[in-house]
Design a protein. Structure first.
Length: 125
């Protein structure tokens, strides 16, 4: 199936759209990407910059983002060993494109969204 396939919209599970939206399925992954958008970080500095993330969750997130090709890991041959994490070109394009657009949308419509969610919760929806 390709993006030009007319069935792509009917079978979203097999579409590139699903692969892209899956990038936001894990709450911490976009947060890690945003933290790396200012430049490479060592693991400890990355965890401190994010705040509130456990070591296990950070490890899982880094593994997913590495597997997705959104970040890269640079191990430096020095003592003590040093490892930096940085966005790849693909990761930077995600941060600069959809994540930045979503951030603008959240700033513009966030209060409205939260109010609607509160009304829905009050109605038991």
């Amino acid at each position: 199936m390709t993006e030009h396939d007319p069935d792509c919209h009917e079978l979203v599970a097999d579409c590139r759209l699903r692969a892209a939206t899956d990038l936001f399925a894990h709450i911490w992954d976009p947060v890690v990407l945003a933290a790396l958008s200012v430049g490479p970080h060592r693991r400890r500095r990355l965890r401190a910059a994010i705040g509130g993330i456990s070591d296990k969750v950070l490890t899982d997130s880094l593994h997913r983002l590495l597997a997705d090709g959104l970040i890269e890991r640079h191990a430096h041959a020095e003592a003590p060993p040093r490892v930096d994490y940085a966005l790849t070109g693909l990761g930077q394009s995600l941060v600069d494109g959809p994540m930045r657009a979503l951030g603008r949308w959240a700033i513009e419509h966030g209060d409205e969204l939260l109010e609607a969610q509160e009304r829905g919760a009050a109605r038991g929806l």
